[in-house]
Ligand binder design. Structure first.
Ligand code: C2E
Ligand code: MG
Ligand code: MG
Ligand code: MG
Length: 277
């Protein structure tokens, strides 16, 4: 009896694994066709300058709308795209389309709007990263000063290579942000030597900062450190006014979050811009 149940349990466990694996394979297969079928789109989340409460920029965030799978969140498909190398053409698509869009908004009279684009680790270490970005800047005729690339701490673990790439990106005239700051590997020493412009305080610290003293301490310590290192800070995932007040008290430069706006389709950002004009 026990043996039988054990075996059934094992089979059950096995089926669960199979289901997960099947889902992954399905996403992988559909992902390979998604670009040609034009299933990707971009949303843009406003970034607010806390010194004047203006929208100073937007972060481009990819969306995948599949006819039967529905809206697949980036947290589900980006890691798979990364694993199978598809992130390279997808990342190039994101950059080109976001740059075209920012140029369009510039033509509407919003000249100083900045654009932030997320880079994945595989993209970051592509040998042709710099030439690819340069080509897109030339093609779309954007001002490189408008473009920010977001990388994560884990990408800088190979310090020597990361230093070279980051300097190349700076030479192109780009701005560099460390995304999800505080959740990964970081060496304070390299923070000082890397040519970084912004630290983006991870939303996990912001979420609980008005409930947990330790989360507030982490957020405010990151702000203090950013100031001391001559870096600027962006808070991500700001949802409440209380959070905003604490951030303002500690001189956080910029913020992003549902309190201001969710990520929006390009047309909605165009509408905001037209209202400002
Ligand atoms: P991220 O770059 O840290 O982006 C911030 C995420 O937080 C976005 O999720 C955004 O929708 C969400 N968010 C913004 N404000 C709030 C808020 O107030 N509350 C909450 N709960 N969430 C908020 P999203 O769009 O699902 O993207 C998740 C992650 O996927 C991104 O994290 C980024 O790492 C990755 N990703 C998205 N688009 C791209 C892309 O084009 N390329 C690459 N390589 N990665 C991307
Ligand atoms: Mg980001
Ligand atoms: Mg982030
Ligand atoms: Mg994140």
């Amino acid at each position: 009896q026990a043996k039988k149940r054990g075996r059934n349990n094992y089979q059950f466990y096995d089926e669960v694994l199979d289901k997960k694996e099947f889902e992954r394979l399905e996403i992988e297969n559909e992902l390979r066709k998604a670009m040609d079928k034009e299933e990707f789109s971009l949303h843009y989340q406003p970034i607010i300058d806390l010194t004047n409460n203006n929208m100073t920029g937007v972060e481009a965030l990819i969306r995948w709308n599949h006819p039967t799978l529905g809206l697949v969140p980036p947290s589900k498909f980006i890691p798979i795209a990364e694993e199978i190398g598809l992130i390279v053409p997808i990342g190039e698509w994101v950059l080109r389309n976001a740059c075209k869009q920012i140029k369009h908004w510039e033509n509407l009279g919003f000249e100083d709007l900045t654009l932030s684009v997320n880079l994945s680790i595989r993209q970051f270490y592509q040998v042709n990263l710099i030439s690819m970005i340069k080509r897109i800047i030339d093609e779309t005729k954007i001002n490189p000063a408008q473009l920010t690339v977001e990388i994560t701490e884990s990408m800088t673990m190979d310090v020597e290579s990361a230093t070279i790439i980051l300097h190349d990106l700076k030479d192109l005239g780009l701005t560099i942000s460390i995304d999800d700051f505080g959740t990964g590997y970081s060496s304070l020493n390299y923070l000082k030597t890397f040519p970084i412009d912004y630290l983006k305080i991870d939303q996990s610290f912001i979420r609980d900062m008005t409930k947990s003293k330790s989360d507030e301490n982490i957020a405010t310590t990151i702000l203090l450190m950013a100031h001391n290192l001559g870096l600027k800070a962006i808070a991500e995932g700001v949802e409440t006014n209380e959070q905003l007040q604490v951030l303002k008290t500690h001189n956080c430069h910029k913020a992003q979050g549902y309190l201001f706006s969710k990520p929006l389709p390009a047309e909605d950002i165009t509408q905001i811009i037209n209202q400002l004009n």
